[in-house]
Every structure is written in structure tokens, then in C-alpha cells.
Write a protein that binds this ligand. Structure first.
Ligand SMILES: [Ca+2]
Length: 176
């Protein structure tokens, strides 16, 4: 009987406490291809990735995005990404909500090297997130308009509901 408990307990714990999961596929471009990211001009690059062997790269104000099964915003624990713009310009970020709405945020780049941004604050307090999209830039100086992207992450946590709903309520009180 004791052996039976030892067998069952880990199974129960794994069921009750579902581990947080990464919503994005190929989030650090380590597949060596962009799929399932879609884009109008970004490519895979391996000259100076933030981590691993690859990152994504573009010159000019082109976009790259990834769509996924719509996820309840109350169960999204974090949205982060790493980017690099040697010319230190700006990065555009879109969050898309089901069925067909989106918000846009601009982040200013103030260092020529890789820098991480946490976009969790930008998440709406209600709805379902279904895609993330990034934009390079054009202009801003005499150097090439290069943008690099790596290690994008959207963490979904089934057990986050209680904390997030509380946070969403506070956020809604200030925003609306
Ligand atoms: Ca990478």
C-alpha cells in the first residue's frame, strides 16, 4: 500500500499544479527557420544572437509576428523579449486580441547592445491574447536601420487565475 501512495502522489501534484508553459513556438529562433513566425521581411541571423545560435533580423520598418490559440489574459504570467538596435531607435510591439483587435506600444532603445523588455504591464485586463507582433524602424540617423529580436516569451500559467484577476481589477480601476 505504501508503494501505491508513492506512485500516486506525484501524479496528483502534477495535475493540481500545472506547470507554466511557453505559449510561443520557436521563441528564440533556434529552429534555424522563422516558422511559425510570419513576416514581411525579417530573416534568421546568426552573427550576434542574444542566446543560442540564431536570432531574427530586419532592416527597416518591417514586421514579424506569431499567432497562437487565444489565451485568457488572466492566465498570462509574463510577456518579455530581447531586442537590439545598434542605432538605438525604437521598437514597435503589437498585442492582438480575439477576435480582431490590437494595441500598439513603442519602446525606446537607449543602448546599442541587447536589451530585455517586459511588456506584461501592457496586457489588457480582460480578453484573450492571440498574437504578438514586432516592428523594426526606418530613419533616425545615418547608420543602417537594423533591428534584432530574440528570446520572445509569453508564459501561460493555468494556476495564475486568482492573482491575475486581482491585478486586473486594480489595473482596470486606474485605466478606466
Ligand atoms: Ca536565439
Amino acid at each position: 500500500m505504501r508503494n501505491l501512495y508513492l506512485f500516486i502522489t506525484p501524479v496528483l501534484f502534477s495535475f493540481i499544479f500545472a506547470a507554466p508553459v511557453e505559449l510561443l513556438l520557436n521563441p528564440g529562433f533556434e529552429d534555424g527557420v522563422l516558422t511559425p513566425w510570419t513576416t514581411n521581411d525579417w530573416t534568421i541571423d546568426s552573427a550576434d544572437p542574444h542566446s543560442g545560435t540564431y536570432c531574427a533580423f530586419v532592416e527597416s520598418s518591417r514586421w514579424i509576428m506569431q499567432e497562437f490559440t487565444p489565451a485568457d489574459v488572466n492566465k498570462i504570467a509574463s510577456i518579455t523579449f530581447w531586442c537590439m538596435q545598434p542605432e538605438q531607435a525604437l521598437f514597435g510591439v503589437n498585442l492582438f486580441y480575439s477576435p480582431s483587435d490590437y494595441d500598439q506600444e513603442i519602446v525606446n532603445i537607449i543602448t546599442p547592445g541587447w536589451v530585455e523588455f517586459d511588456m506584461t504591464y501592457f496586457l489588457r485586463s480582460t480578453g484573450h491574447l492571440q498574437a504578438i507582433k514586432f516592428w523594426g524602424y526606418s530613419g533616425g540617423g545615418g547608420d543602417p536601420d537594423y533591428s534584432f529580436l530574440d528570446d520572445v516569451s509569453i508564459i501561460y500559467d493555468e494556476d495564475l487565475a486568482l492573482q491575475s484577476e486581482t491585478f486586473a481589477s486594480i489595473k482596470a480601476a486606474f485605466v478606466e
